[in-house]
Design a protein around this ligand. Structure first.
Ligand SMILES: [Zn+2]
Length: 308
């Protein structure tokens, strides 16, 4: 019997019909940002050829912390505020008459990469999903960390890397995300512009006033062209990701670290810098983890749910 897989992503909801651990076909549609998304999922399931009698399980990945019973999202931001506390497993049982499981998205992505992707065969692996935030998950001795709270391995992006640093959106001080999450880019750019760096600041002053979000793609592109503000902000982000990789290496000593998320597109630039930083800063007795890019970052969550 096939399984329905649902990836609640930041921009789109992706759905796949999987059998035997493989995604057979998939559809996606934009996130609505309300409980109506669940109705849209039922309609899309019909388009996938999976009506209520045809799936034996529904696996869902959500962008936030899940409860230890794996039935609901306990903390989310933005478009998924409405979902906090909703019993998704109960919804799936009602809607599809199927067993259900809810998984954190970074954990699902790591599972996908370990099962059939860039970390295939690894028993000790970690993932950095670099984009709006820093999503993390850890596999130790073949098992995904979960812990009694359900958050095991998920919050490495909120390790403090500067205890005198800016306050994070989580309330902690100087988290890696404050320097390496795109949500914080306006503040970091403003810091550099405020310090009086370069005449290129005109561009960033205008961008900070504009309503549309600033992403790493823009920062990397301008840094490559020599924009001094972009260079500082880019290098600071790479340093933040590298520091998390050092912490990963010291805490769980993974054999492989998977880089995924939007920043994976700049992997050719990012990974050598991270590898060099880690090599220089970890304890000498440890091996430098292998850094790999997710095979198909947009689909690693669905592939993980297919084997979950
Ligand atoms: Zn934080």
């Amino acid at each position: 019997m096939p399984r329905l897989c649902v990836d609640f992503g930041g921009t789109n909801i992706k759905m796949g019909l999987a059998d035997g651990g493989e995604v057979l076909r998939s559809v996606e549609f934009p996130v609505g940002g309300s409980a109506a998304d669940l109705d849209a999922i039922m309609a899309a399931a019909v388009r996938l050829g999976a009506d209520a009698t045809e799936v034996d399980a529904v696996a869902m990945a959500v962008p936030g912390l899940i409860d230890p019973g794996r039935s609901r999202l306990v903390l989310a931001h933005g478009k998924y505020d409405w979902m906090t506390g909703v019993d998704l497993a109960a919804w799936a049982r009602d809607a599809f008459g199927a067993s259900a499981v809810v998984e954190n998205d970074a954990r699902a992505a790591l599972l996908g990469e370990a099962a059939s992707g860039a970390a295939r065969g690894a028993r000790d692996a970690a993932i950095l999903v670099l984009g709006t935030g820093i999503g993390t998950a850890v596999m130790a001795d073949g098992r995904l960390l979960l812990g009694p709270s359900g958050a095991g391995g998920n919050l490495a992006g909120h390790t403090t890397i500067d205890w005198r640093g800016p306050v994070c959106n989580c309330g902690n001080i100087g988290c890696a995300e404050v320097f390496g999450g795109s949500w914080a880019l306006p503040d970091r750019i403003a810091d550099v512009v405020g310090s009086g760096a370069g005449e290129e600041s005109e561009h960033w002053r205008a961008r900070l006033d504009a309503a549309d979000a600033i992403g790493f793609a823009e920062v990397f592109e301008r840094a490559a062209a020599g924009d001094p503000v972009a260079v500082q902000v880019r290098d600071q982000a790479i340093r933040a990701w590298s520091v998390v990789a050092v912490t990963y290496t010291h805490v769980v000593a993974p054999e492989v670290i998977v880089i995924s998320g939007g920043v994976a597109r700049a992997a050719a630039e990012v990974i050598p810098a991270m590898r060099a930083y880690v090599r220089e800063h970890i304890w000498r007795v440890l091996d430098v983890p292998r850094f790999v890019v997710a095979d198909d970052p947009a689909n690693s969550v669905l592939r993980g749910l297919a084997v979950r």
